[in-house]
Design a protein around this ligand. Sequence first.
Ligand code: GLV
Ligand code: MN
Ligand code: MN
Ligand code: MN
Length: 432
Amino acid sequence: PHPSVLSLSPSSLSVDAVGLQRQIDELAAFSDTPAPSVTRILYSEKDVLARSYIKSLMKEAALSVREDAVGNIFGRWNGYEAGLPAVATGSHIDAIPFSGKYDGVVGVLGALEAINTLKRSNFQPRRSLEVIMFTSEEPTRFGISCLGSRLLAGSEAAAAALKQAVDGQNISFFDAAKSAGYKICQEDLPNVSLTKESYSAFLELHIEQGPILEEEGRSFYVSIGIVTAIAAPASIKVGFEGNGGHAGAVLMPARNDAGLAAAELALAVEKHVLASGSIDTVGTVGILELHPGAINSIPSRSHLEIDTRDIDEKRRNTVIEKIQHSASKIAKDRGVKLSQFTVVNQDPPALCDESIINAMEAASRHLNLSHKLMISRAYHDSLFMARISPMGMIFIPCYKGYSHKPEEYASMEDIANGVKVLALTLAKLSLD
Ligand code: GLV
Ligand code: MN
Ligand code: MN
Ligand code: MN
């Protein structure tokens, strides 16, 4: 006789909070910048060390570990009907420059702790339970976000983009992968994709990265966010080219300054975003580079990377069109060349699955935790896992909503609550 989920009383689920905090801190030490900041870039030495750390924890939990061609890592706990589609959960451990130690990490280490918690409670899964660590959720190195999950979902566009992809040092994706021990070539990429029969459900535990849960928690008790949809992200690369020249000798009327074109476009992005009239439309110029980057040289080249998102895909696409129109107009008016305008990705939003939402709500109630239904404005690997599996996300509050900076923080109490909701939901879905 196998214990049912109902036999998993809140008290039988004991999360090892001290151990989990220690693991979060240990993982944070694999960083290219000093604490409290974390920088862990795809296929770097620190990323490789962090990956071995995750694999060793998976083995300690007695999971069977598999790694695919690009380094997505899977740890499986076989269910007693192991032939059925599995229930999966996971997130990423790569970290953008000078970020914090919880983004993504909580959904990988927390997932492993959820598995260990279920094991300690003597639960036996019917469907196998699988923890996934996705390769490069962050776009830092090759400009492609959710690289691992895009390929798992069979994105041909991502595979095609990788063919040309080089990093800031002009190292190709394939050379970078090789230096991290992944000897892959273009032909291997389609093999990464999974079928729609692989998983019956996919769950991701993540810090909210916004202020809503913490703020509401101050006035009444809310500790869990249950995501209903993930907003639609897009990113654009733009290049301008002018003649450059001497900052003293070339007089103003004779200039075509690629830097000023970039500055004007950055302001146009803000204008178009605000013109949508909705608080849900956002746009950011997070990268703006000038060449040659000398105080006494007129910028001859500029490079911008623009991130824009909305919960409404059509409205987001309108912003992209307006940005493109501005880029052409600015180039024309300033006599510079628009050398690049590439929409790197223009992804639709994703909806969370009704029955998974219900299971997460039931788990929260069972644990006496109050919850709030909410939208994820950040993107996650779940956006792409939703293409091959019913998907759900659990959010936990984080300090002042801080994320993508060193001050990012979530309390162990909130993390442990998230782990419990995840554990109980995994248990329920594994028996379905
Ligand atoms: C993910 O890191 C995002 O930018 O939403
Ligand atoms: Mn992030
Ligand atoms: Mn993340
Ligand atoms: Mn993210």
